[in-house]
Write a protein that binds this ligand. Structure first.
Ligand SMILES: [Zn+2]
Ligand SMILES: [Zn+2]
Length: 424
């Protein structure tokens, strides 16, 4: 194979889809990267790379790349004005991850972009919410269920700063989805900043986003390279684990206590250890996962650990897209349903309907029923095909669950489910 003279640094940057195949994210941890050679992806054109300061790579300058040692600019970010809201959208991308974050200072962040088929859905979700720029784009790690739709995102929207972890040569991916992303990044003249512990993404006023992992390299498992991000707004903290598992968890020295945990690796049994969870002690946990996935995610072990810590669990396979809102003091959840009915807070404000990113279809909210329609503000749930309405958590909502006001459900002729006894 004809290789370009890509520097070692670039090769590592041209990182890590450890040939785990397009679906990425195997169910267990050590997907010890198989026949990974140190060959760079053959025809990957070299993006412009910002090599992180003091990373002891034997990196030489690659010919095409403009290597910048400048840290990503985060000091020019405006501070949030008082009363501004932070919105964290955990997008339903099936078996994969994508979190779109509307920061309270008016900027946006996208952590991961699902699978290749999710790209256009993610873009339309973002634009439908009035945004055309991603100020901070983070690929937690180069598995296809995290970077799959990212080329489309880069092609379609204005992009500010991009972060990806720097993988060891042997872990550097050679997949087409990865090459495609690099090509998109390069063709827009963007550069990639190294994602690693200690990087400050944004830090202004009461808002900050900091990377607390990865803390080392040479994992032999792409998931452990995951950029782990702590997002803080006033008193509220959101922790995003990517696919980091026990290995990475045990290396994290930073404070990990958080209100909301985006559970690592789709609820794999080899992530979210009890020890780590005890430190995070989340009140709420979100698992991004596709129903009926072949990995058995989320595992009962992970669910049990979350339950034992008292966290309310939200799953995109049950609830579709879930939106958390913080005013810097209080967090509210807008969800379609929860797997843990008893612990689920009431679904406030039914104004945001269910959104699905499973296909290229547009993801405008399905619910057209504004909460104001309903004097009592009672929200119930319907399915795509059924004639009954349900309480959150009813088993009949496993396939689809669409929030709707009680009055509207009645007006449309839905009748109460006899199993879950919703309000009448
Ligand atoms: Zn994954
Ligand atoms: Zn992964």
């Amino acid at each position: 194979m004809k290789q370009k003279r890509i520097s070692a640094a670039l090769m590592s940057l041209v990182m890590a889809l450890s040939l785990v195949g397009a679906s990425g994210c195997s169910g267990t941890t050590s997907s010890s990267s198989p026949q990974l050679t140190s060959e760079p992806a053959s025809s990957v054109s070299t993006p412009i790379v910002s090599s992180a300061p003091k990373e002891s790579s034997n990196a030489k300058k690659s010919d095409a790349a403009t290597v910048s040692n400048e840290p990503a600019i985060s000091d020019s970010a405006p501070a949030p004005s008082s009363g501004a809201l932070l919105k964290v959208n955990y997008l339903d991308v099936g078996q994969g991850d994508s979190e779109f974050i509307e920061l309270p200072n008016g900027q946006t962040m996208l952590i991961d972009a699902g699978n290749p088929e999710n790209g256009s859905g993610i873009v339309s979700y973002i634009t439908s919410r009035g945004h055309n720029k991603i100020d901070y784009l983070i690929a937690t790690h180069p598995h296809a269920d995290h970077i799959g739709g990212m080329a489309t995102v880069v092609d379609s929207l204005d992009i500010g700063t991009i972060y990806m972890p720097r993988t060891s040569d042997g872990d550097t991916p050679t997949t087409s989805v990865y090459k495609k992303l690099l090509t998109s990044i390069q063709s827009k003249g963007l550069k990639i900043n190294t994602a690693k512990a200690g990087v400050s993404i944004v830090n202004t006023g009461s808002l900050s986003a900091t990377m607390i992992a990865p803390n080392s390299t040479g994992y032999g498992d792409l998931n452990q390279y995951s950029a782990v991000i702590m997002l803080t707004y006033g008193k509220n903290k959101f922790l995003f684990m990517g696919d980091a598992g026990n290995t990475s968890e045990s290396e994290i020295a930073a404070d990990v206590s958080a209100d909301v945990l985006k559970v690592g690796h789709h609820g794999s049994k080899t992530a979210t250890s009890q020890k780590f969870l005890n430190k995070v002690h989340p009140k709420q946990a979100v698992i991004e996962v596709g129903s009926g996935n072949k990995y058995g995610h989320p595992t009962q072990q992970a669910l049990n650990r979350l339950k034992s810590i008292g966290a309310t669990v939200y799953r995109t396979d049950l609830c579709s897209t879930i939106v958390f809102t913080s005013d810097s003091n209080t967090i509210t959840v807008n969800k379609s349903a929860s797997s843990v009915k008893e612990q689920a807070p009431p679904s406030s404000k039914a104004s945001t309907g269910k959104a699905t990113l499973k296909s290229n279809a547009t993801i405008t909210p399905k619910s057209t029923a504004p909460a104001a329609n309903n004097a009592q503000g009672i929200t119930v749930y319907i399915t795509n095909t059924g004639k009954k309405y349900h309480s959150a958590g009813c088993r009949y909502l496993s396939k689809s669950c669409i929030p709707i006001s009680l009055s509207e459900a009645k007006a449309e002729g839905y009748i109460p489910c006899s199993r879950c006894n919703p309000p009448e």
